[in-house]
Design a protein around this ligand. Sequence first.
Ligand code: SF4
Length: 638
Amino acid sequence: MKSKKDDKAEKWKRIGTKIIDDVFSDEISIFKPKFEVDYEAYLERLWSANPEIHAILKSAHDLESARDAMYTYLEKAERKIFDVNNDLHILEKATVREGIRVFKSIIGPINEYRTGVSALEILWKLAQNKREVTATEVSVGFLLEFINLFRSVIGKSNIYLENNEVKKHIPDFLKMEGEEASQVRSGILDDFGSTVKKYFKKFPSGLEEEVVSWRKENKEKILRYFGGDDEDWNDYKWQLRNVISDSKPLVELIELTNDQKISIEKAIKNKIPFGITPYYLSLMDSNISIGYDHAVRAQVIPPKEYVDTMSLHRKDRNILFDFMGEHDTSPADLITRRYPFIAILKPFNTCSQICIYCQRNWEIERVMDPKALASREKIEEALAWLDEHKSIGDVLVTGGDPMVMKDRQIQWILDALAEKKHIYRIRLGTRTPVVLPMRWTEAFLQLVSKYHEPPKREIAVVTHYEHSYEITPETLKTVQDIRNLGISVYNQVVYTIENSRRFELAKLRWDLKSIGVDPYYTFNMKGKEETKRYMVPIARILQERKEEARLLPGLDRTDEPVFNVPKLGKNHLRAWQDHRLVMILPNGSRVYEFHPWEKNITPIPPYNYIDVPIYEYLEELAARGENIRDYRTIWYYY
Ligand code: SF4
């Protein structure tokens, strides 16, 4: 007969393979999406991560005494950091301090009141073994957040002293001097460098010989299908005439999964904007097993839940999907304004292809919509509005994609803007260098260059590459042509599940710089219901900045990670004082309180944002074959 002790040992063995392994091991095969979790084992792991907290919560007879006792505990833990005699690793101390700050915030009554949730109450009930708190209400994602928080407040994140092997091999070069110290340090930096290069190999750019050669075949196949030749291919009007907006050419030209076929059919049937230029189609692998093109496909092939949500809300999408609150930041038709010196002018409401996670999917009706150009009267009114607001000096012309308008239409708008003495910069927001590089003909380049007159007025091109795989010889030529006019090209990337693997974004920065594009912003994807599956937790963007971007030279990591606060504008995620983690919801989502960029200048109330659970994000990465151990520090970014 098994003793109680044996039972316990058995249970711990299970915990060893369920919890430690699924989060911290190389053995990713067991970390599958929606795998059967041993909930009790996670719970045991929670309490063993910090037995003192468990004892406090267990002995508290009500929620308020649990709160008092927790604050006393956290304050004592904070004092301990400053003791002369403490055995915390110097870097762990910073983690402890951060963990305590976050923990105090989460158990604060004001944050419970604002979010309507009490994580402390959940923890207290779990400790009391009150069974009404069950696995169906409290996710493993919630437990893992607290397992890591419990560890952090006692300096047991183990980020720095994770195992003795690592510790043993850290050479104490700081105690050495001169050449010896330099050589040891240089050896460490060589290791960093070769590790990064190893990761880079996972993400080839479209400039690599092999990719160039199979894309040549793709191009020939597409030309045969449409009955065109090389000259047609390089003619952007031919590309626009042949934009793919139904499933037949796709099915015949590339391999699609069944789900992709069904979603495309449904999107077309329900008139959900959909379109791909033949050029962009040529960037897709003809065979899905190659798999380098995941980010390319994900941008234009709608996933099922996107199609379902968009179909359901065809009538109210104008309001429902306007996540940025543009309706409330538009002082005049075709104008959006969120900053003192910048205004957005949107004369053209369509694009050469449709991106799934477009911020303006609430107003773009269809690809290459013939009714997309605003009336002359409306554009003139918007231009007149700019005259009345002389503080605006930087105008972003966007849409849609205004660079798909006819040359003479663009010329008319640029002429009108150039007449305004207070406008010192015209930014052209366009994806054409990425999806239709042949748009930048010699004549068009000359047209645009006329308005670039430093120091009186600058023309800047702001584009949107998502992945190294989009960087091709064609786009290289276009960017070089633009830069040869003295015009800078900047990139705004959206950080999604498709480009957020270890060093994936670092590789994009590297490749962008190699063709002459400056990384400008990295956008955290906002909480739009229809594109939820693309979202990446804020903790990951912070982790990327610290552990990946930081390894690159400063000239490569010129982008700023930002969160766009609806109606207000960009909040810099590196400015830690401008956002706070205030709650963890039962599903494992973090709730952040974002302070607006103009805090300290003018009083504006904060904005609460519910993030995607870290656990769900890791599940998705694991399902894509990632080693979850690679991401283990993500829990310690707030
Ligand atoms: S090119 Fe820009 S505006 Fe057009 S669909 Fe894509 S993200 Fe939206």
